[in-house]
Design a protein around this ligand. Structure first.
Ligand code: SAM
Ligand code: SF4
Length: 326
């Protein structure tokens, strides 16, 4: 199968699908405490509509899907969607991004439905701090969620931590140490100036180079290839003899737009060709009108921007990632 390329020759094979804009957390860097103006149900794509979009785009080289949100595990019957997507010809890999709260009870049914693997977002290992960053007190132990997903066969497990200076950066070493005994990929994400972020500033960003040198105070880090599947924009390292790896995702200090292979579908059916910026194409209404989506997709890729310009943006100047399927 040939993969459709954008105007800069980047082959697009990866679609991130937001299935809801709602969430059971209110992470400091993502969602305001009072929530957002939620999309009305009629505006949100049904599972049948999402599957139809994927079925129309798969012949153009789409091979990998990630289900995201908001918090995707809140959408009722999520395993039903996974099973529908799993049966689309050409789809080789389906991953889920989740805050992990519901993984202990859902991992097995998700795996049975055809989910390949999960990324778990976790910004602290301490219950009190989890509650203060997520601004919700829910039973959530990141290690137990990762173990449940691993037992269900949803590996390689990736754990993503958004590092914030003075808020949780003192736990980066504890997260990195998890990789000594577990075959997990712990990735440190640079905080991005999107969403509300009322309580955060540029001073909270910890550049990945600084973070890596802090980790090296524990033990030297060796550059490694990273996980075989879903090896996206992260750069990976490992402590000598460790079961897993640590990675850094650096949207702020080093961009990786040149090798971008992805587009996004919002919960209300807009195709976004760049995570940042406001270029989006409505696929939902043409789909509901019975139109062919392929020409719209081809045109959207032809207009996919070369790169984002996050460094020049005002803090809080962009839609929250929960609204665009981060
Ligand atoms: N609720 C799911 C979760 O938390 O994994 C999926 C959606 S969430 C928007 C996807 C990812 O975006 C999470 O890993 C989250 O940490 C990250 N994210 C959200 N806002 C961010 C920001 N301002 N800077 C960096 N990462 C952010
Ligand atoms: Fe919810 Fe994920 Fe945003 Fe946190 S990062 S508020 S878990 S959507």
């Amino acid at each position: 199968m040939t993969t459709l390329k954008d105007q800069f020759g980047r082959g697009i094979e990866y679609l991130r699908i937001s299935v809801t804009d709602r969430c059971n957390f209110r992470c400091l860097y993502c969602m305001p405490l009072e929530g957002l103006e939620w999309l009305p149900k009629k505006d949100i794509l049904t599972y049948e509509e999402i599957t139809e979009i994927v079925a129309q785009l798969a012949p153009l080289g789409l091979r990998r899907l990630r289900i995201s949100g908001g918090e995707p595990t809140l959408r009722p019957e999520l395993p039903r969607l996974i099973a529908m997507l799993h049966s689309v010809d050409g789809i080789e890999d389906i991953a889920l991004s989740t805050n992990g709260v519901r993984l202990p009870e859902m991992s097995e049914s998700l795996h049975r439905a055809g989910l390949d693997r999960v990324n778990i977002s976790a910004d602290s290992l301490r219950p009190e701090r989890i509650a203060s960053i997520a601004r919700r007190r829910l039973p959530f132990d990141p290690v137990q969620s990762a173990l449940a997903a691993q037992r269900a066969g949803l590996g390689p497990i990736k754990i993503n931590m958004v590092v914030m200076r003075g808020i949780n950066d003192d736990e980066a070493v504890d997260f990195a140490r998890l990789t000594l005994d577990h075959p997990w990929h712990v990735r440190f994400i640079e905080l991005m100036p999107v969403g509300e972020m009322r309580e955060l500033t540029w001073d909270h960003v910890v550049p990945s180079d600084e973070l890596l040198s802090r980790l090296e105070s524990v033990s030297p880090l060796l550059p490694v290839a990273g996980p075989a599947r879903g090896n996206g924009p992260a750069t990976y390292y490992a402590f000598p003899g460790a079961a897993g790896t640590v990675g850094v995702i650096t949207p702020m200090s080093h961009t990786y737009c040149g090798s971008c292979n992805r587009v996004r579908l919002t919960a209300d059916g807009r195709l976004r060709t760049c995570l940042f910026g406001d270029h989006e194409v409505n696929l939902r209404d043409p789909l509901r009108a019975g139109d062919d989506l392929v020409p719209l997709y081809v045109r959207a890729l032809a207009e996919k921007p070369k790169e984002h310009n996050l460094l020049q943006m005002q803090v809080g100047g962009l839609r929250a990632l929960s609204q665009v399927g981060g």
